[in-house]
Design a protein around this ligand. Structure first.
Ligand SMILES: [Zn+2]
Length: 355
């Protein structure tokens, strides 16, 4: 096995940007054995792949061999989907080659952190769309907090990580993306425990106030101001929290919108539909109980001007949800699914005049 892999790596270094199937054919798919501690991302990275590129394919190919559809079993064999060698952060000899290619093809966004800064454009589907992404809380306000095995974890760090992952997905489809709550030194983090800090600022380098009303008003004002500047363009706002208020046995993902906004409703519905499909495909035995509905009472839903959805990705205080949110593969999957819903919403176009 080891020998076989080494041969492929050498070949990879030579052929660089070649797509695997054309070079090797279907039967040359590699299979690797998961070691203790391997996650899907680390397993794919070890093979020299950009894990985010082939994540979905990996899940689809190995779905019968995964716990909760996202966890590997140590000691089992997994098929690796074909991949391109381009944006890779890799091992051995390919590392240098791929870095050189990365410079040519990827655009760099420092906000994602050095390891994730490069965004490879996949399509131009969203080139006329503008997205405002607001992760819940931040700055002096950590949001909901919980104790995880003796360590304090905070909602704002996880909402932020998922929001950055979503931003990256949307940028890959050529969207204009404003990350409204920002932490200049965190970036996308692949750890399960995300350290709590308080240095997040609002777009434009503004300090986030402690007072709740002032804090919410600040982000509302920023979004509405940008919305004015981008008048006439297709614009959407996505707010992300992990402190779901809904009570029940199965806490899932909830999408809220303004009752009077048809486009907000369509956005919420599009992401909701995408989640339903994904659950059906990847977790057929798990009942998806998420929903989407009007929640005009929420300050951000009420006061912001772009069509928007307010997403609750579970509750960080809930033990089951912690498992889901602390797992980096899950955070990536959630971001990807939201992005797919966003694409679906965009394809459906604007209902009525673009404001
Ligand atoms: Zn929250």
């Amino acid at each position: 096995m080891v020998v076989k892999l080494r041969v492929y790596r050498v070949l990879l270094a030579v052929i660089t940007i070649c797509v695997w199937p054309s070079a090797f054919g279907q039967d040359s798919l590699i299979t690797v054995t998961a070691e203790k501690g391997d996650g899907i991302l680390s397993l794919l990275r070890k093979q020299g792949a950009d894990p985010y590129e082939i994540y979905d394919d990996f899940i689809a190919m190995n779905v019968d061999n995964l716990r909760d559809s996202v966890q590997l079993y140590a000691g089992r064999d997994y098929k690796i989907p074909p991949f391109r060698v381009d944006t890779v952060a890799v091992v051995d000899s390919i590392a240098k080659t791929s870095k050189a290619i990365k410079k040519i093809t990827g655009k760099e966004f420092a906000i994602f952190g050095s390891e994730h800064a490069s965004v490879l454009v996949k399509s131009e589907k969203l080139k006329d769309a503008v997205y405002y992404l607001v992760s819940g809380h931040g700055g002096p306000d950590p949001g909901a907090m919980a104790n995880y095995g003796g360590t304090q974890i905070a909602e704002d760090e996880y909402a932020y990580d998922i929001t950055l992952r979503l931003a990256k997905e949307l940028l890959a489809h050529s969207a204009t993306v404003y990350v409204i709550i920002r932490d200049e030194n965190d970036g996308i983090r692949d750890d399960s425990i995300l350290k709590i800090d308080h240095d997040e600022v609002a777009y434009g380098g503004k300090t986030i106030p402690l007072n709740q009303t002032a804090r919410l008003k600040q982000r509302v004002d920023i979004v509405n101001e940008l919305h004015r500047k981008n008048r006439g363009k297709f614009q959407r706002l996505i707010v992300t929290h992990i402190d779901s208020r809904s009570k029940g046995q199965n806490i899932d993902v909830f999408f809220y919108h303004h009752e009077k906004s048809k486009n907000g409703k369509k956005l919420a519905e599009s992401i909701h539909t995408t989640f339903q499909k994904k659950y059906k495909k990847y977790q057929p035995n798990r009942k998806y109980t998420g929903t989407f509905k009007d929640r005009t009472s929420l300050y951000l839903v009420k006061k912001t001007h772009p069509a928007m959805t307010f997403i609750e990705l579970g509750n960080i205080k809930n033990k089951k949800d912690q498992r889901r949110i602390l797992n980096v593969d899950n955070r990536q999957a959630l971001a990807k699914w939201i992005a797919e819903g966003v694409l679906l919403d965009y394809e459906g176009g604007e209902i009525g005049h673009i404001r």
